[in-house]
Design a protein. Structure first.
Length: 225
């Protein structure tokens, strides 16, 4: 057992592990230690200042789910955009679950959206499921407000959704887009441009949103397949 693994096991919460394991069927229960996210983020904040963190980042693949989350939290703290992208491209192929993928959100992205977009386009065409999902989620987080362009909608609509976690990501994107860019996004639902499961998931997620008025939800229900 490595020094990092020992430190993670010292923060283990077995009840949390058992609960969290049920949310991630793609990860073996034996590979989930059970460290609560606030505790892991606090550990990452300190560990990232150590020279040992560089050794840890280079030691891929990691064994435990929490090691991957620790890796993700350390990457979030990189302040050089190019360095971050290089580190992300090394790490993303090893991400094996939706939670690690979705919680990784470097703040530096917000200040470098022009530089970020070409990398999102590349991630969306990756052969790795969670690299594609990371691209979708990143586009959703940073390009559905003032940086929005209608060209982003077909980018996500063209993502193959035969994998459940990609279908869910595309549905999440379009449900969020409906809350922020209703007029531009509605044709994708009204004209049924997504596959049936993703289409219906998008509608369900949008209907669950508190940001969509009731009259729009009523309209969305009419488009269910």
């Amino acid at each position: 057992m490595t020094e990092i693994q020992k430190a993670l096991f010292e923060m283990q919460d077995l009840k949390y592990r058992d609960f969290h394991a049920r949310l991630m069927p793609t990860v073996s229960n034996e590979l989930i230690i059970g460290v609560r996210t606030p505790a892991l983020r606090k550990f990452a904040a300190e560990f990232s200042k150590s020279a040992k963190s560089e050794t840890f980042l280079s030691a891929l693949p990691h064994k435990y789910y929490e090691e991957n989350n620790l890796h993700a939290f350390i990457l979030e703290k990189i302040n050089d955009f190019n360095e971050l992208i290089i580190s992300l491209d090394k790490f993303l192929p090893y991400v094996d679950n939706w939670a690690t993928c979705d919680m990784m959100s470097p703040k530096i992205f917000q200040k470098n959206r022009g530089l970020l977009l070409p990398h999102i386009r590349k991630w969306l065409t990756s052969p790795h499921l969670y690299t594609v999902r990371f691209g979708i989620v990143t586009l959703m987080k940073h390009f559905l407000d003032d940086a929005f362009s209608a060209e982003y909608l077909p980018l996500v609509a063209s993502v193959p959704t035969d994998e459940y976690y990609l279908s869910m990501a595309v549905a999440w994107f379009f449900a969020t887009a409906l809350t922020k860019k209703w007029e531009e996004t509605l044709p994708y639902i009204a004209e049924k441009r997504l596959d049936v499961e993703t289409h219906n998931r998008s509608i369900r997620k949008a209907i669950d949103s508190l940001q969509i008025p009731s009259e729009r939800k009523k309209l969305l229900r009419t488009f269910k397949i």
